[in-house]
Design a protein. Sequence first.
Length: 251
Amino acid sequence: MRLSGIGAAAATSMTIATAVLLGPVAAQASTPTNTGKCTDVMVFASRGSGEAWNSDVVGFGRTLSAQYRQLQKKAPRAQLSAVSNTYTAISVNNLNAALGLTKSGLTFYDNSVNQGISMGKRLLETAITKCPKAAFMLLGFSQGAQVNDGIMARLTKAHAAHVIAAFNFGDAMFNPALPLTIGTFSNNRSGFRGKNGSYGYVKKVVSMCHNNDAVCQGPKALSLSGHFNYDKETAPSTLMVKALQAAGRRV
C-alpha cells in the first residue's frame, strides 16, 4: 500500500461511466437533512452514485457506512454523530439519459454533482453555525468524493477551520500529485473525469484510490473491480482516529 502525506480488454469510456453512475434510483433530494444534536465530532457524508439512501447509516450508502462503523469501533470514546447530504446522487438506469445534456449544457450527472456541492456546503455551514465547538469530518465515495472536493474548495477560511479532515474513496477526479493520497494507484493515472487541482484546504483531504479502479485511475486501469471494495479498507479509519487525536478529541 502506498501512503503519502499522512502516513482482458481495455475498459471503454461508456463502461466506466456506467460504473460511476450505476445503482438503484437514488432518493430524491429536497433540502439538507437536519443536523440534529450537536456532538463533539460530526461526520458528514456524501454517498456514491445511485447508492441507496436507506443504508446501514442512513444516507451514507454502503461504502461510507462501513467506514463510519470502523471509526466507531476504533474510537469508542469519541462522541460521534452522522450527518447525510441529501443530494440526488444520480444513478443510471438509462445511461444515455443520465449523460444527456440539460438546457444549461451540463449533463444530468454534472447537475447532480453541482447540486451535491451546493446542498452539502449549505448543510455544513449551517451545522458549523449551530455547533461551533464540534469538529467536522467529511466522507465521500465516487460521485460523493467529487462533491467533497467541491465543498472543500469553496469553504471560507472561517468555516474550513472547523473541518479537521476529509476522506475520499474512488474519486473520479483523483489527482495522484496531491499531498494526501493513499492506496495502490499508479502515479501516471488520474480520475476518469479529469483530476482536481490544488486548492486552499487540500492538505486536509485524504484520497484513496485502487489501481484496479478505472473510476479513479481512468481507462488504462482495465478494471472496475476495485471501485466496489473500499468498504473493506481499514487504513482510512485508522487515519480518521489520528485526525481526531490531532484535533484534541476523545477516541
